[in-house]
Design a protein around this ligand. Structure first.
Ligand SMILES: Nc1nc2c(c(=O)[nH]1)N[C@H]1C(S)=C(S)[C@@H](COP(=O)(O)O)O[C@H]1N2
Ligand SMILES: [Mo]
Length: 507
C-alpha cells in the first residue's frame, strides 16, 4: 500500500494554498476580514453565554488568539484528512472541502452587511485548492509509479510541496503587508486628525484623595480596560465612516464624520463600567469624552412616540439595545469622537463610539458604531441579551478598596486605606469602611467630578499586628446603601461589599 503521509502533506499544502488565495482575494476586495476570522467570529456567536463567560475566565485576554489558533489547528487537521482521502476516493476529499467551504460561506454571510462579493474569496480558495490538489495528486501518483520501478521515493512530490509552501508563504507575507498597510493608513489618519473644539482639561488634584496606590482618578487611554467580542478590530478611515439613523423616525439620516462634527461638540467626565466586572474588579475607567449629543441627533430625525429602544450596530456586527430615554433625556449620552483629548484610540471605537452615562457598556457603549435603529425592545434582541444578560443595564452602586491590596503586608499602627466608589446618575454621598467585622467608620471623600464619575475615598485605621480584613460600602445621594448581598455578574451586574485581607507586621 502507498504511504499516507505524502498525501496528508499534499492536502495540507493544497489547503494552505487555497486559504492563502482566499486571504489575498479578501484583501484585494478590501473585505473586512478573511473567511478564517469569519469562522472564528461564527464560533463566538454560536457559543452559549455561560460557556463564553467560562472561556473568558480561564483564558482572559488570550481567549481570541486561542480561538483563532484552535480554528487553524482544526483546519490543518482537516486539510491533511482531505489529502489522505484523495488517495482513496477523490470525491470524498472534494465533499469534505465543499463542506468546509459551506461553513465558511455560512460564517461570511452571517456577518453584518454581508453581500455576494464576500463569498468570492471562498470560491477562489476552493478553486485554487482543487487545482493544487489535482496537480499534487498527479505528481504523487507518478512518483509512486516510479518508485515501483526505480528508486527516488516521492522525492519530486516533496520538492514540489516545499516549493509550493514557499510560494504560499510569500503570498501570505505580502497579503499580511497589505492588510497591515490598511491598518497603518487608518492609524496615520488618526494621528493627523485634529478635531476642532476638543479640549483636554487637567483634572488637577481636587479629585485626588492622595493615598498612594489608589487608581488615578482619570484613567489614561493606555490603561483603560478593553472589552469587545471582535476578532479583528475594525480599521475605519473617518472619510469612509457613515452613520445611518433610521427605524421609527420621521426622517432617515445618513451622516458623514464631518456632518457629525458640524453638529457641535459636548464634553464630560464619564466613568464607564463593564457589567462583567466582579466586585472589586478592574473593568472600570474614567475619561474625558468629547462627542455629539444623541439627544440632538434623535430630535433632528424625529422619533416615534411608540419607540422605546435604539438598536446600535457596530462595524464588526456587534449590537446592543439601549433605552431610547437614556439617549434623549438630559444626561448627555453622546457619540464620542475623542477620549481624554485625543481622537478615540482605534481599539476603543475609532472613529465614533457611543457613551451613555449610567448604563453598563454592554447595553450602551457601542464601539465603531455605524447604525442606530430607533425601535422597540419588544421587537429586537442584541448580542448580549441573546446570551442571557438583562435587557436593561443601569450601573449599580458600588465601591472598591485599592489600598491595601489583597494579601499585602503593611506595618502595624496607623494605616491609611483608600479606594473608589461610584453610582452614576445619582452620585456618592458617603463611603464607610469596617475593620475585622467591626463598626462602619466614615471615610473622607475627594471631590467627585460629577454624579457620573467615580469618587476617591480614604480612611485612617489603627491596626494591631496580625491578619485583618477590611470591607467597604458606599451610600448614594439618593440614600441607598450599598448591599452586602453577593450576586454574580450575570445577568445585570455584581453586588456585594469588596473585602481585602492583609497582614500588619510589628514595625
Ligand atoms: N463593537 C463593540 N462595542 C462594544 C463591545 C463589543 O464587544 N463590540 N463591548 C461593550 C462592552 S461589554 C463594554 S464594557 C464596553 C467597553 O469599552 P472599552 O473597551 O472602550 O473599555 O464596550 C462596549 N462596546
Ligand atoms: Mo462589558
Amino acid at each position: 500500500m502507498t504511504s499516507s503521509r505524502p498525501w496528508a502533506l499534499a492536502g495540507v499544502v493544497a489547503g494552505i494554498g487555497g486559504l492563502a488565495a482566499s486571504y489575498l482575494c479578501a484583501g484585494l476586495l478590501t473585505i473586512r476580514e478573511s473567511p478564517v476570522v469569519a469562522v472564528a467570529e461564527l464560533v463566538v456567536r454560536l457559543t452559549p453565554g455561560p460557556v463564553a463567560e467560562r472561556a473568558i475566565d480561564i483564558l482572559g485576554s488570550r481567549d481570541k488568539p486561542f480561538l483563532l489558533s484552535a480554528v487553524v489547528v482544526v483546519l490543518l487537521g482537516l486539510f491533511a484528512l482531505a489529502g489522505w482521502l484523495w488517495s482513496r476516493a477523490w470525491w470524498q476529499s472534494v465533499l469534505l472541502w465543499v463542506a468546509l467551504a459551506l461553513v465558511g460561506l455560512l460564517a461570511v454571510l452571517g456577518q453584518r452587511g454581508a453581500d455576494v462579493t464576500d463569498t468570492i474569496p471562498i470560491g477562489v480558495g476552493l478553486a485554487l485548492w482543487l487545482v493544487l490538489m489535482l496537480g499534487l495528486a498527479a505528481l504523487l501518483r507518478r512518483d509512486q509509479a516510479q518508485t515501483a520501478s526505480e528508486e527516488a521515493p516521492g522525492r519530486r512530490a516533496f520538492l514540489l510541496a516545499a516549493g509550493t509552501v514557499t510560494l504560499v508563504g510569500v503570498a501570505l507575507g505580502s497579503l499580511g503587508r497589505m492588510v497591515g498597510n490598511r491598518k497603518r493608513a487608518v492609524q496615520e489618519s488618526r494621528r493627523l486628525l485634529r478635531i476642532p473644539g476638543v479640549t483636554d482639561p487637567d483634572p488637577g488634584s481636587r479629585n485626588r484623595i492622595g493615598v498612594r496606590g489608589v487608581q488615578p482618578w482619570r484613567t489614561s487611554n493606555q490603561d483603560f480596560y478593553l472589552i469587545d467580542t471582535t476578532m479583528a478590530v475594525p480599521a475605519i478611515n473617518p472619510s469612509e465612516w457613515r452613520l445611518r439613523i433610521h427605524g421609527m423616525v420621521d426622517r432617515e439620516l445618513v451622516l458623514t464624520y464631518q456632518d457629525l462634527l458640524d453638529r457641535g461638540l459636548s464634553e464630560a467626565w464619564v466613568t464607564l463600567n463593564c457589567v462583567s466586572n466582579p466586585v472589586g474588579g478592574p473593568l472600570i475607567g474614567n475619561a474625558w469624552w468629547s462627542g455629539i449629543l444623541t439627544a440632538d441627533l434623535l430630535e433632528e430625525v424625529g422619533v416615534s412616540p411608540r419607540a422605546d429602544a435604539v438598536l446600535q450596530t457596530s462595524d464588526d456586527g456587534w449590537t446592543c439595545s439601549t433605552p431610547l430615554e437614556a439617549m434623549t433625556d438630559g444626561r448627555g449620552a453622546m457619540l464620542a469622537v475623542a477620549m481624554n483629548g485625543e481622537p478615540l484610540p482605534i481599539e476603543h471605537g475609532f472613529p465614533v463610539r457611543t457613551v451613555v452615562p449610567g448604563l453598563y457598556g454592554y447595553v450602551s457603549a457601542c464601539k465603531w458604531v455605524v447604525d442606530l435603529e430607533v425601535t422597540r425592545f419588544a421587537d429586537v434582541t442584541a448580542f448580549w441579551t441573546e446570551r442571557g444578560w438583562a435587557e436593561r443595564g443601569p450601573v449599580k452602586l458600588s465601591s472598591r478598596v485599592d489600598v491595601p491590596r489583597s494579601g499585602e503586608s503593611v506595618p502595624a499602627g496607623r494605616l491609611r486605606v483608600g479606594g473608589t466608589a461610584w453610582h452614576q446618575q445619582v452620585g456618592i454621598a458617603a463611603v464607610e469602611v469596617a475593620l475585622d467585622g467591626g463598626p462602619w467608620i466614615g471615610a473622607d471623600l475627594a471631590r467627585q467630578g460629577s454624579k457620573d464619575t467615580w469618587v476617591q475615598w480614604a480612611a485612617t485605621l489603627d491596626v494591631a499586628p496580625g491578619d485583618h480584613l477590611i470591607r467597604v460600602r458606599a451610600t448614594g445621594e439618593d440614600g441607598q446603601v450599598q448591599t452586602g448581598v453577593r450576586t454574580d455578574v450575570v445577568p445585570d451586574g455584581a453586588t456585594g461589599w469588596h473585602e481585602v485581607d492583609f497582614t500588619a507586621e510589628e514595625a
